[in-house]
Ligand binder design. Sequence first.
Ligand code: HEC
Length: 197
Amino acid sequence: MAARTLLLLLATLWMPVLVGQDQTTALVNEARQIATSLHERLIEHMKEVLHKEGTVQAVEICHIDAPDIVNEANRDGWTVRRTSLKVRNLEDAPDKWETKVLEEFARRDAAEDSDDELEHWAVVEEKGRPVFRYMRSIHLSKTCTRCHGRHIDKQVARQLDSLYPFDQATGYEAGDLRGAYSLSRPLAPTSAGAGSK
Ligand code: HEC
């Protein structure tokens, strides 16, 4: 934890020169809030559907509802998505920047052997424009392994197979790093910087 706090401190000390501390802090806070409420919304929906419909039906409902719930999180210029190094929905495949961050998360996750949330943010240039990008790790709980685990019920596996013939998102255990929320927001020109926690 101390190392994380130090990193955050270094990031916030370094970034003011480039972006402006207030702007960075505001962007990170906003991104955190959006990721947290999206996470809560997804978990709440998943629990409700699993409870009411059972796992097989829940796969189909997730298939239809999850992309909508994620899209609904887009607001105030932010674009929000989920991504992973092993995707179920091919539309969630990471871009180059996301791949690097996910690889770094995987390395840090293995080194720290904990399911604490990992974060990374940076201002990157995209098509000649500065864009603030933020990612936060997603770890699996036991419930998630019903559809992402090693031993998936046969009917559930069949349902997954029919909807996602290229599914890579199985074989996980509770506590494993599954992927990340990835948020981005275009900025006014002349911004730059990066940080991790
Ligand atoms: C009922 C089955 C089911 C359960 C339980 C479930 N998922 Fe999923 N998960 C899915 C489906 C289906 C998708 C693909 C949704 C889509 O098409 O966008 C998915 C996609 C994802 C993605 C997006 C990346 C990708 O691979 O496309 C993440 C991240 C994710 N799940 C994490 C979790 C976490 C964390 C939990 C537990 C809190 C969980 N899932 C529980 C079925 C499930």
